[in-house]
Design a binder for this molecule. Structure first.
Ligand code: PHE
Length: 348
């Protein structure tokens, strides 16, 4: 074999070896082998002296070009292998968020509690009738919860509400509100009439829990004060509300009642939502369920907040949000609403 042919074969083999290196480390070994001091092209170079001058020049140039091509090939392979190594490292470091996504979407997402859903649905009905939504604090003073509502200290009517008093200030002056009626007072103190507002919120009574009572429950208070408001407006509002929230076949009736802050006062009954008025155990075979208290705002309440009772009249009502949820969804036991059993909560 001629020397040029040998050099050509050396180049082919060297190029194959460079191309075959699987990673950067292997490539470095191959480079030493094909271009290093003991490599075939260096060996041929050492033997150049034995050739005649013409052949020496030709082969010398061939060796030079071969080395340049092999060096370029080695550089190209190094870059490719280093790039691949970098990509592999990045891939290994990557956080596989698709897995997290899969776990999250297989966990069921939370949703509003039935009581919150009910509160919002009730608010929607009243907002649709032109009412505004107001809120007040859950901790109240004796003045807002009782006195301004025409229930002076030691008035026997206070026993209508078993109260949680807080150990703050003078004894029995700070309490957890027993109803949402104090929000009426706060609203009327702050603004001038007219008012068309509903006031939802959490309320507290020192009571033993049972199937139809909770110690911590929710009420929705209503207050309308304007010129010429009559009891007929109250009756119409309550009926419109019941039709909108419970359905067109559910009606209301008003029975005489007593509240210190309304005169006259009434209890609102609605058609039993279990038997739709036929009579069943839940409604004690009357066809009616008690839902709310209501009445015309007592002039003494207007006096307490400085509103002229000669000019303005109004009505108020207050009903249980939890009770509404119970009636609409036919819950056998109100306690389901605060026990946080997901098997129950998931159904709504
Ligand atoms: N606050 C009364 C209660 O909790 C309900 C009510 C509100 C009655 C407004 C009349 C007017 O029992």
């Amino acid at each position: 074999m001629t020397v040029p042919a040998t050099v050509a074969r050396i180049e082919r083999e060297a190029a194959d070896a460079l191309a075959g290196a699987a990673n950067v480390e292997e490539l470095r070994g191959v480079v030493t082998m094909v271009l290093g001091k003991r490599s075939p092209i260096v060996r041929v170079h050492r033997e150049l002296g034995a050739l005649d001058p013409d052949a020496r020049r030709t082969v010398g140039k061939q060796l030079h070009d071969t080395r340049e091509r092999l060096e370029a090939l080695a550089a190209e392979r190094l870059e490719a292998l280093a790039g691949a190594a970098r990509a592999a490292r990045l891939e290994a470091d990557r956080l596989d968020l698709t897995e997290v996504g899969a776990v999250v979407s297989s966990m069921s997402r939370g949703h509003l509690h039935l009581v919150d859903q009910t509160r919002r649905a009730l608010e929607d009905v009243f907002v649709g009738m032109g009412f505004e939504v107001e809120e007040g604090p859950e901790t109240e003073t004796d003045w807002y919860n009782f006195v301004a509502l025409n229930i002076p200290l030691a008035h026997p009517a206070r026993s209508m509400w078993d109260t949680f008093f807080l150990d703050v200030g003078e004894p029995e002056t700070v309490l957890l509100r027993t109803h949402t009626s104090p929000v009426q007072i706060r609203l009327m103190e702050r603004h001038a009439p007219p008012f068309h507002a509903v006031m939802p919120g959490r309320t507290f009574r020192r009571e033993t829990r049972d199937a139809s009572h909770l110690a911590v429950f929710h009420q929705l208070e209503g207050l309308v004060v304007d010129h010429g408001i009559t009891f007929a407006d109250l009756a119409g509002t309550v009926e419109t509300f019941a039709n909108a929230y419970f359905g067109p076949d559910i009606h209301t009736r008003l029975r005489p009642g007593y509240f210190p802050f309304t005169e006259p006062s009434a209890e609102v009954d609605v058609t039993c939502t279990i038997c739709r008025g036929e009579g069943c155990r839940t409604c004690s075979h009357t066809g009616w369920l008690e839902l709310a208290g209501c009445g015309m705002v007592d002039p003494a309440v207007f006096d307490a907040v400085g509103i002229d009772a000669e000019e303005w009249t109004g009505f108020a009502f207050g009903f249980g949000i939890d009770r509404c949820a119970q009636m609409r969804h036919q819950l056998a036991d109100l306690r389901l609403l605060d026990e946080n059993d997901v098997r129950f909560l998931r159904q709504f």
